[in-house]
Ligand binder design. Structure first.
Ligand code: WT7
Length: 569
């Protein structure tokens, strides 16, 4: 285990008292920031936009700086309030009501944000779809959610199978024309009033549906409620380190949860200026955005960092990045090399954060004032109980691998899987939300991500296809069938574990297992040789004869096995 740490910068006091805060913090402390502490009612659109528009000191501050290769536009909090009010009036006119699902399928643009907040202001549930989705993906989501309205653009409308979606009554086209027979966004907005009486809702009323894929079946609708604002707001302070005058940039698309929780809610609940960059990714474009917009706080992902790293030092030197104060990462393991690059390129640490669509907000993070252990996701937020559990939901001791799990009941937790209570229930074991990630926790409470259920194995940074190893295994005279998986390992990331059945006449012995191991080592390569071999009576296969590695892995890790309907009898 790498115990090297990277110290915080002098003066970064945010969550300096982590241990004490962790012991004493209660989410109720945050509630007093919002209307329901007085009225019992709330609306996240009010807290993000209208509240700042009502503040003379903030109303004219830039809320949104939208920039793309062909368009630049800035909207103040006051302007965003008016535009979203107008759209809320359009929704009312077309009889959209509280609880209705209204989907957005469009490129990032100022219109997207006006429409998004309009939806929330009428108490409806917003369903943002990633612009790159094709027909099947769009259909699955609109069908499952029974969306009544879709806001889209003419180019993307071509991917919407209108005839097959009986619940989809209304289409709003942004940039449409007179001849297309749909609701025309621009014309309706022109006619609509800038005043709107917000629909005040309960904390537990819905606001957002994000579809996400599991290992099997169609994507599932993860349902979030207004109450999530408590955690969006507080993580904006503790983790994003947002200060009143900050310019903040989250690079995620609002079709994914990072793009809503941290591309919309956290920054605006904290009243900062939010940069949205449209168009395609290129390292030069992104360095340019950091420079041109004087970004102070930047939230992005390892893949992007790695690409920017590859673009070389010259790309960094071309730009003035002196405004940058704080960098964060999410979505996949943050390689220590990337952290090292961050220190060189920006003279700043990159702070890893861990969470998921289902969790609604950050849970395990690296904080400004705390040491970073490169490779670790950090420690749980105050108010979050995270642990490693076995498949019965019993907590495991430090340094033992298991299911990364969170004690049920944090503010931003999903409240349902849309129309699928069984799926929702399946996440919870013994009061724990079981994430599907494997991890371990060290003696000091830092969490170390190990992997997810996936067929491809990464062992000591080497990628190994299980099929290759299985093919080699069954060439051995004693082996009848084989199934190979990656088993999490603190040192190697994963080790290779093989399950085999033996041919008649062979029986289990240590010598035989070692012989099989050597056989693969010599026949394939050392890193591809299974470190563990377990003899089985049968290997689970589908009816078409494919080895169900997922099932083998679930057994190994003690995770829920999910859909086994294709399993051979
Ligand atoms: C899965 C969730 C909400 C964040 C965006 C992705 C992986 C997320 C980390 C991290 C290693 C990470 C996990 C998780 N993941 N953050 N810091 N280190 N892996 O949301 O699409 O719901 O995916 O992303 O495997 O379960 P998502």
């Amino acid at each position: 285990m790498d115990m090297q740490t990277i110290k915080a910068r002098a003066g970064d006091h945010n969550l300096e008292n982590y241990e004490e805060k962790y012991k004493n913090f209660n989410w109720d402390e945050v509630k007093s920031n919002f209307t329901w502490s007085e009225t019992d009612k709330v609306n996240i659109a009010y807290e993000t936009i209208d509240k700042h528009a009502a503040d003379p000191a903030k109303k004219d501050q830039a809320a949104l700086i939208y920039s793309s290769p062909d368009r630049e536009e800035t909207l103040s909090f006051d302007q965003l309030k008016r535009k979203s009010n107008q759209f809320a009036n359009v929704l009312k006119k077309y009889e959209i009501e509280k609880g209705d699902r209204v989907f957005l399928f469009m490129h990032r643009s100022p219109e997207f944000y006006a429409a998004f907040f309009g939806i929330l202001k009428v108490g409806a549930i917003a369903g943002p779809l990633f612009e790159a989705f094709m027909e099947q993906a769009v259909r699955d989501r609109l069908e499952d959610s029974e969306a009544r309205m879709l806001i889209t653009t003419p180019d993307l409308l071509e991917r919407v199978p209108l005839n097959e979606l009986p619940n989809l009554e209304k289409i709003v086209l942004v940039g449409g024309s007179d001849s297309d027979h749909h609701i025309n966004f621009e014309k309706e907005m022109q006619k609509a009033s800038e005043d709107f009486e917000i629909e005040w809702v309960d904390l537990e009323d819905g606001m957002l549906l994000h579809y996400t894929s599991g290992s099997t079946g169609k994507p599932k609708g993860v349902y979030h409620v207004h109450n999530a604002m408590i955690q969006h707001y507080q993580t904006g302070k503790w983790v994003l380190d947002l200060k009143d005058d900050d310019v903040y940039w989250c690079t995620a698309d609002p079709g994914w949860v990072t793009g809503t929780s941290y591309g919309i809610f956290a920054p605006w609940l904290n009243g900062v200026t939010n940069v949205v960059r449209g168009g395609r990714f290129s390292p030069d474009d992104w360095y340019g955005t950091l420079d041109d917009k004087n970004v102070n706080v930047w939230y992005s992902a390892p893949t992007a960092f790695r690409k920017m790293l590859s673009a070389g030092e010259e790309a960094v030197k071309k730009h003035d990045l002196s405004s940058l104060r704080h960098i964060l990462s999410v979505g996949e393991p943050l390689n220590p090399e990337v952290i090292t690059w961050g220190l060189k390129a920006f003279d700043l640490r990159i702070h890893d954060t861990w969470w998921m669509t289902e969790t609604g907000a950050m849970l395990i993070c690296n904080y400004p004032s705390e040491d970073i252990r490169p490779g670790s996701m950090g420690r749980p937020l105050p108010g979050i109980k995270a642990s490693i559990v076995d498949n019965e939901g019993n907590e495991l001791p430090a340094n033992q691998m298991g299911n990364l799990a969170i004690k049920e009941g944090w503010p931003s937790m999903m409240r349902a899987v849309w129309d699928n209570p069984g799926k929702f229930e399946s996440y919870f074991i013994n009061g724990w939300y079981v994430s599907g990630d494997s991890a371990y926790r060290d003696e000091d409470g830092y969490f170390w991500f190990q992997g997810r259920l996936d067929d491809v194995i990464n062992t000591s940074g080497e990628r190994v296809g299980p099929f290759e190893v299985e093919s080699k295994l069954i060439e051995h005279e004693a082996v009848a069938e084989a199934g190979v998986i990656g088993k999490p390992d603190p040192e190697r990331g994963e080790i290779i574990k093989a399950f085999v059945t033996l041919r008649d006449g062979y029986s289990e012995s240590d010598e035989l297992l070692e012989d099989i191991r050597q056989f693969v080592k010599k026949g394939l390569s050392a890193h591809a040789a299974p470190r563990e071999i377990e003899i089985k009576d049968t290997i689970p296969k589908t009816r078409s004869g494919k080895i169900m590695r997922r099932l083998l892995k679930s057994w190994e890790l003690g995770l829920p096995t999910g859909d086994t309907s294709t399993l051979e009898e």
